[in-house]
Structure formats: C-alpha cells, structure tokens
Design a binder for this molecule. Structure first.
Ligand SMILES: *Cc1c(COP(=O)(O)O)cnc(C)c1O
Length: 440
C-alpha cells in the first residue's frame, strides 16, 4: 500500500539524487520509504501521511528542548521581522559568542576565549583544521577511524555517520594528495597514537577527535584517552581539535569536555567545534579556542575564513534562545530519560534473547547487536547489524521514530514526558522480538 510518503519519495527521486539532501535520510540501511516530515512539536513529529511518531532523532541532536519550542520559535519570528540577513555584524552575534565562551568552562579553566560563527559543522571543522595548519605551519592531520567530522575533502577517510552506513572507505572525488594529508588511526588505541606521533610527530598539525564518538554508534573514549590525545599532541607541538558538534551543549551545559572536567579528566583542547544544539535547529555552528590561536583568523591573521550567511540573525536568535533555556534542569531531565530508556532497551533485548550491548556516553546512547560495547570502528562494524532494520520498522509501526541506521545515537529532548516514555517502552518488546527473528 502506498501513501503520501511513497508519492513524495518518487517525486523527490526525480529531482534530487536519491530523493534526499543528506544520504542517511534515504533509509538505505533499513529499507523502505523515508518519512517526509510535515511538522514537529515537542517530542513528536508528523509525516506527510499524517502519522505521528515519538521522535528519537531530534533533527540529529539540535532539538534539545523539543521541536518548535515556543520561545525559540518566537525569537526566530521576532528576528525575521527585523531582517533575514545583513552581511554585517550584529549585537546578537556578540551575545551568542560570549554565551558560548561563558558556558564552556570548569571553574577558572576556560578553553574558549574567542568564537567564530559559521553555518554548518562541516565548516567549523574545516576551518579548525585550516587554523591548526596555519598556527603550526604543518600539514598532516590525525583522525580516528569511524569518527565523523562533516564532509570536507580531508575528513571522509574512514568516517562514521552516513559513510559508516554505506560502508564507503571514503569518497570519490577526493584527490589522493589531499587524502594523503589525513592519517587515520584506531580509536581508543594509545599505541596507535604513540606510533603515529613517533613516525610523523614533527609534521602533524593537529589531532581531530569527536569528544565522544557518536557517529559509528555511541563509542565513548576510554578514561584518560582524550587527555592522552591532548598531552601527546602538545608534546609534539601539535594541536588538539575537540569536535563537539554533536556533544556540545547536549550532554552537559559545558559539553562533553565539561562533563569530563567535572569527572576529573583535565585536558585542554586548543580548538573546539560546535554545531547542532548551538543553532537550536537553525543553520549555525561555531569554533572557539584560545585568543592566541583564534586571532590568526582573518581579518586579524593570515588564515582565511568567511561566510555570506555566517552569524545569520535568525540562526543566532534560535541559538541564543536555546542556550538560555538549556538550564541544568533540562540536562537532568534528559539524563533521567536516557537512563530509563537505556534500561528499557537493554531489558527488552535481553528478554527477547538478542545478543546486544547498550553503549552510553553522557545522555547519548544506542544499542549494538554484539555482546560487548564496541571500543572502536572495527568492533562497531562487527555486529549483527541486519537485526536493526526489523527492529527499526517495528518501532516505526508502533509510532516511534528511531534513527534509520544502527550507527547513530538516539537523541532525547527535554520534551519527552511520561506519556512519550511509556509509548517508547511499550513498543520495545515487539521490536526486540522482531530483531530476534531477523535473518542475516
Ligand atoms: C554532525 C557532525 C558534523 C557535521 O556537521 P554538519 O552541520 O552536518 O555539517 C561534524 N562533526 C560531528 C561530530 C558531527 O556529529
């Protein structure tokens, strides 16, 4: 039986490659027709056929407060009446930069002294890398297998997210000499880090790392690993770029760095990238760091970066409203909901006899179909991933929208209340049985 989603998908494929504007949306790894969303409010999304789902995608993270939070929407509406884009500095940009710098702190430790606003996470990491190269006068970049930092040329080698789902080693169209500037090593592997610095230490500009990997499923850093990266990089005169595009302002008011600092792991990244939550659902991302590094950006310094829509007033209004509303209570609510779903998910899979592990990093979590939580990309891929499609579709038929790939974190919002939590919990047992019955 076809419905409006099928009609739209057919129409979309006629005018858009694969029918989507970002690959994982196409349901390639779970099969079936992607839901074309018509509206969203709080913890729920409504598709083009009028089906309503409890949403565990949250726009891949930004909807921290829930979809279409009234105060965020009215901040954007107010901004819109004053002009959509100026291509000139605004007061709101100053406030947002100051708020980001103020939030990312632990006591007196403040790794973000200057902030530059951009429009996407991809731009933030791309600029961070150019800045690290400009600051060190070196070319090589170290990244970890399975980590996703957006789709710029040098960063697709063994990336996670849609690249993990599609099992591509990288991407066509990236010149070999550019790919050769990126050294990919295993995550959570101190020896690999030692080795790469022993061999190339004086040519490495930076190590880029997801603060906690969440684009190959959730794979937390082993205790001390982020600090080891910072220390090793600094010993060799290289920088640490902490990619908090996904984790920043989602797992803690000060991001994953703040969560780790509060837990006693003290390390200082040189550049931190933000995205997703920081824009509150509008196109906005940022990079921040020490003044001495950030001031190398144009117009002060020799590292060029620019953007017609950078600091867009509507995006800034959404980001400001979101961060101002993202109080400690918001994080407590999401943390509690996360702990509850982790237990329910694990319980349902155990009950159905499915080999699994539920990985957690702050309030981020997801299930892998393997006996132990993966520690790196190779382990993340070594699972019965065929079990996810029937699990996903069972949840969907019961009114719960999960990320359409086993390699993605599940995202809660502060708007997931008792009713939504019960709906999700009620759907899990049948989905777990569908996963148990799945055939490779
Ligand atoms: C989403 C993401 C990006 C890319 O951000 P876009 O806004 O999609 O370009 C970069 N790094 C991480 C860790 C991400 O999760």
């Amino acid at each position: 039986m076809t419905d409006r989603n099928d009609d739209l998908f057919a129409a979309a494929r006629a005018v858009t490659p694969g029918g989507v504007n970002s690959p994982v949306r196409a349901y390639g790894s779970v099969g079936g027709t992607p839901r074309f969303l018509a509206s969203a409010s709080g913890a729920r999304v409504t598709d083009a056929a009028g089906n309503v789902y409890v949403d565990l995608v949250a726009s891949w993270g930004p909807a921290l407060l829930g979809h279409a939070h009234p105060e965020v929407v009215s901040a954007v509406q107010d901004a819109a009446t004053r002009g959509l884009s100026f291509g000139a500095p605004t007061e709101g940009e100053v406030e947002l930069a100051a708020l980001i710098a103020e939030r990312v702190r632990f006591g007196e430790v403040r790794p973000v002294e200057r902030v530059r606003l951009v429009s996407t996470g991809t731009e933030a990491t791309m600029t961070a890398i150019r800045l690290a190269r400009g600051a060190t006068g070196r070319d090589l970049l170290v990244k970890f297998a399975g980590h996703y930092h957006g789709h710029s040329d040098g960063l697709l080698a063994q990336a996670g997210s849609g690249v993990a789902t599609m099992a591509l080693p990288g991407s066509a169209g990236v010149p070999a000499p550019i790919a050769a500037q990126t050294l990919v090593i295993g995550y959570n592997d101190p020896d690999a880090l030692d080795t790469v610095f022993a061999e190339h230490g004086d040519r490495i500009a930076a190590v880029i790392v997801e603060a906690s990997a969440a684009n190959m499923g959730v794979v937390a850093p082993v205790p001390g690993f982020n600090k080891l990266i910072a220390d090793t990089a600094h010993e060799h005169g290289a920088l640490m770029i902490l990619d908090e595009v996904l984790t920043g302002f989602r797992v803690h008011p000060a991001g994953f760095w703040g969560l780790q600092a509060a837990a006693g792991e003290d390390y200082l990244p040189d550049i931190i990238t933000f995205g997703k939550v920081v824009g509150g659902g509008m196109p906005l991302a940022a990079l921040g760091g020490r003044a001495e590094i950030m001031d190398l950006l144009a117009p002060l310094g020799p590292v060029y970066q620019a953007g017609t829509l950078s600091g867009n007033p509507l995006s800034v209004a959404a980001g400001l409203a979101t961060l101002r509303l993202a109080t400690t209570e918001v994080y407590e609510t999401i943390d509690a909901a996360s702990a509850r779903l982790v237990a329910a998910l694990g319980g349902a899979l155990t009950e159905a006899g499915v080999v699994h592990s539920v990985a957690k990093a702050g309030n981020l979590f997801n299930a892998s179909f393997r006996a132990s939580a993966p520690r790196d990309y190779a382990e993340a891929q070594a699972q019965d991933s065929f079990r996810y499609a029937p699990f996903f579709h069972s949840m969907r038929e019961q009114g719960v929208a999960l990320p359409p790939s086993v390699f993605e974190a599940w995202f809660l919002t502060a708007a997931h209340g008792e009713e939504e939590m019960r709906l999700i919990e009620a759907a899990l047992p049948a989905a777990a049985r569908a996963a148990a019955d799945a055939q490779a």
